[in-house]
Design a protein around this ligand. Structure first.
Ligand SMILES: [Zn+2]
Length: 148
């Protein structure tokens, strides 16, 4: 199972931010909506949040449990170990992207996001030249994006 194919849809601020909220700890759907609103200053539609949570769950990145609060059943969502790893990689890549924008002469590894001051390992993947800090990062990047 691969989480690589999830990345294109996460190039979307709202979904990216939902992952940040989940990364902070377990929460129920409603608290995702209210945290998002409080921090981003914008409403997020439940019709975006719930299908996204379901999709993450199908990928094995999120799991839920039922907690009884008073006489209400609440669904608590949390990241699985795999989901936490996925987020860590995503955040590292995102910060690499940001530092590459701020420091345009700097190259960062497309896999782990570390800074490459000289050399590095280059490989053409899907017709695009990618730069990695080492061959191992190139291998793990390919494994992930090819979904093996
Ligand atoms: Zn690397």
């Amino acid at each position: 199972m691969s989480s690589g194919d999830l990345e294109p849809i996460i190039l979307d601020f709202s979904r990216f931010y939902i992952l940040i909220i989940l990364y902070e700890g377990p929460c129920h759907g409603y608290s995702i909506l209210s945290k998002f609103k409080r921090r981003v200053g914008k409403d997020i539609s439940p019709s975006l949040v719930y299908p996204f949570l379901k999709q993450l769950e199908e990928k094995g990145l999120v799991k839920h449990s039922i907690r009884i609060v008073g006489n209400k059943r609440k669904k608590i969502f949390e990241l699985t170990d795999e989901g936490r790893e996925f987020c860590k990689r995503l955040f590292r890549r995102f910060s690499a992207l940001v530092s590459a924008t701020i420091e345009p002469n700097l190259t960062v590894c497309a896999n782990c996001g570390c800074k490459i001051y000289e050399g590095g390992y280059r490989e053409v993947i899907n017709g695009k030249e990618m730069v990695f800090c080492c061959i191992h990062c190139a291998e793990s990047y390919k494994r992930e994006t090819e979904g093996i």
